[in-house]
Design a binder for this molecule. Structure first.
Ligand code: RB5
Length: 153
């Protein structure tokens, strides 16, 4: 899979760990930064990864900040992005089964590395369940289309 990675200073250290796991598992990684623990603004980096997903230049992205909250908010602004803030194995699995997540948001100040590694693995390996969940995501896409066209969703 082709994956983009982005983080602010709060997610930098976990991003580096995620990058190592993705490469170990044979994925192609585009790391759009940040590249140190110097303080930066999470929108400046997360937007780059979200845009790659939105333009289908990568399959998925993992975005990180201190809590994962800001990162998920930024990524969700991009058309076609289904960003999910996950905190454990259950939410990582459900984000794929029910929400067809294409952007995983993680909190670098929240998660230990062992848990994060399992979460990323589950998120990569779990397929979308389709069925009634597909109908719901189609409604989400319809809301997005209407907003982009300036119509009442
Ligand atoms: C940065 O201090 C922090 O606000 C950021 O990493 C993130 O947690 C925002 O949601």
């Amino acid at each position: 899979m082709k994956l983009a990675l982005a983080a602010d200073h709060g997610g930098f250290s976990l991003k580096e760990a995620v990058k190592g796991w993705l490469l170990e598992w044979g994925h192609e990684v585009t790391d759009v930064g940040t590249h140190s623990t110097d303080s930066v603004d999470y929108p400046d980096y997360v937007k780059l990864a979200a845009a790659l997903v939105s333009r289908a230049e990568v399959d998925r992205a993992v975005v990180l900040c201190g809590t994962g909250i800001g990162a998920s908010m930024v990524a969700s602004k991009y058309p076609g992005v289904r960003a999910t803030l996950c905190h454990n194995i259950y939410t990582a699995r459900m984000s794929r089964l029910h929400n067809d997540s294409n952007v995983l948001a993680l909190g670098g100040r929240i998660l230990g590395e062992d848990l994060a590694r399992e979460m990323v693995k589950v998120w990569l390996d779990t397929p979308f369940d389709g069925g009634r969940h597909k109908r719901r995501l189609e409604k989400l896409g319809e809301i997005e289309r209407k907003i982009l066209e300036g119509r009442e969703p």
